[in-house]
Ligand binder design. Structure first.
Ligand code: ADP
Ligand code: MG
Length: 222
C-alpha cells in the first residue's frame, strides 16, 4: 500500500477506535484462547471478516464474570473497524438510561439515530443491573430498526440466559421479540471457565494465592 494511504488508514482506525468508546482495547491477537478454551477461534470465523457487516450478523456472548465476554466483543468490533466499519460500544444500562432520558426530553430521534448509524453496535452487560419499567420499550426499537436495516450487526454480552431477558427487561413479549430478531441472523456463544480476572495465567494458583492472603482480583468492571 502507498505509504500515505497506509498512514491515512492508520489514522482512520485510531479515530474510529476513539469514537467507539471502548472501555479498554483488546485485540483478537491478544486474546488467550489457551486460557479460554470453551470457545475456539474458528467459531468466531463469521464475525471476523467484512461479512460481519455485509451479512448483518449478530452475536450474543453469554457466561459468568471474567470469562472474556467484553474483551471478545471489543476485539470483534475492533476487527470490524479494521475492515472499514464504524463501531459503538455501550453498556445496556447506559443505553437504556440515555434513551429513556431522550424520550422525556423530546430528543428521541437524535439519540436513537446515534445507535442506528454505526455499522457495529456492542451492547455490553445485558441483565447485570435491574432496569426501570421502560427498558424493553426503548431497547426494542434499537434492535428492531437495526434488524430492519439488514446490515447492522449487534454484539451483546450477558450473564443471563437470553431466554430470561423478558424478565430482566420487564416485558416477556418484547424480550422474546428482541431475541427473535437477534437470532434470525445470529447465534448465542456460551463461554464457561475460570475468571481471567482472578486466575490470570502465570499467576499463583488460587490455593497458593489464598494462603498468601491475596485475592488476585484485577480491579476492572465486570
Ligand atoms: P467478562 O466476561 O466479565 O466481560 P472481560 O472480558 O471484561 O470479562 O475480561 C476481564 C479481563 O480479563 C479483561 O481485562 C480482559 O481483557 C481479560 N481477559 C479475559 N479473558 C481473557 C483471555 N482469554 N485472554 C486475554 N485476556 C482476557
Ligand atoms: Mg464484561
Amino acid at each position: 500500500m502507498d505509504p500515505s494511504l497506509a498512514r491515512r488508514e492508520e489514522r482512520r482506525i485510531a479515530r474510529e477506535t476513539r469514537r467507539a468508546s471502548f472501555p479498554y482495547l483488546k485485540t483478537l491477537e491478544e486474546f488467550d484462547f489457551t486460557f479460554q478454551t470453551s470457545i475456539r477461534r474458528q467459531a468466531l470465523g463469521p464475525y471476523l471478516g467484512p461479512e460481519l457487516v455485509s451479512g448483518g450478523r449478530n452475536l450474543i456472548l453469554c457466561g459468568p464474570p471474567g470469562v472474556g465476554k467484553t474483551a471478545l466483543s471489543i476485539a470483534l468490533a475492533y476487527k470490524a473497524i479494521q475492515h472499514g466499519a464504524r463501531a459503538r460500544f455501550v453498556t445496556c444500562t447506559e443505553l437504556i438510561g440515555e434513551l429513556v432520558q431522550a424520550r422525556a426530553k423530546g430528543e428521541w430521534e437524535a439519540v436513537l439515530c446515534g445507535y442506528l448509524e454505526p455499522e457495529v453496535l456492542v451492547i455490553d452487560e445485558v441483565g447485570y443491573l435491574s432496569y426501570g419499567p421502560y427498558a424493553a420499550n426503548v431497547l426494542f426499537p434499537v434492535v428492531d430498526k437495526r434488524y430492519l436495516r439488514g446490515r447492522r450487526p449487534m454484539l451483546l454480552t450477558t450473564n443471563k440466559d437470553p431466554q430470561e431477558w423478558g424478565a430482566v427487561l420487564h416485558d416477556a413479549d418484547l424480550g422474546a421479540a428482541i431475541l427473535d430478531r437477534l437470532l434470525h441472523r445470529g447465534e448465542i456463544l456460551k463461554l464457561v471457565g475460570r475468571s481471567y480476572r482472578r486466575y490470570r495465567p502465570g499467576q499463583l494458583s488460587d490455593a497458593a494465592e489464598a494462603s498468601a492472603g491475596k485475592g488476585g482480583e484485577v480491579p476492572e468492571r465486570a
